[in-house]
Design a protein around this ligand. Structure first.
Ligand code: DQA
Length: 143
């Protein structure tokens, strides 16, 4: 069963990007970990990252059309992208919003998620474990 792990802007720079906040793992490390854990759950995991809102919207359409479950770290798009929200609203399979950090403990502008209201659920604040916990949650969700 396919699972898409989609990542928004600046997440391609994990490892060197503000490591005190986002940790030392690179996006390649995250991909390897998601593929490994996903395989244990019987998932065929594909991780993608883009800085481009249009590309991310396109991937969400692909997931909606294929009824593919999604783990999504929308990064900064979380806080303002209504086009992302509208794309997510079209899906029928589960979509789990995740964040490495806990945005609720950070700057005011990060306290709003325009994605949360159309996600199946949200996991935030556990670093790389946020990805692992989301894959685990998908095991028990119908799609
Ligand atoms: C993030 C939190 C967002 O506020 C931020 O813009 C990111 C990463 C996280 O994973 O903690 O780029 O989504």
């Amino acid at each position: 069963k396919r699972v898409l792990v989609l990542n928004g802007p600046n997440l391609g720079r994990l490892g060197s990007r503000e490591p005190e906040k986002y940790g030392s793992a690179t996006l390649a490390d995250v991909a390897a970990e998601c593929e490994k854990l996903g395989a244990e759950f019987g998932f065929d995991v594909e991780l993608r990252q883009t800085d481009d809102e249009a590309e991310l919207v396109g991937w969400l359409h692909e997931a909606a059309d294929g009824r593919i479950p999604v783990v999504l770290n929308p990064a900064a798009f979380t806080h303002y992208s209504y086009s992302l929200r509208d794309a997510i609203a079209q899906r029928t399979a589960p979509l789990i919003e995740i964040h490495l950090t806990n945005p609720a403990t950070r700057e005011e502008f990060r306290h709003t998620s325009v994605v949360a209201g159309v996600a199946t659920g949200t996991i935030a604040g556990f670093g790389l474990d946020s990805y692992r916990l989301a894959l685990r949650a998908l095991v028990n969700l119908d799609s």
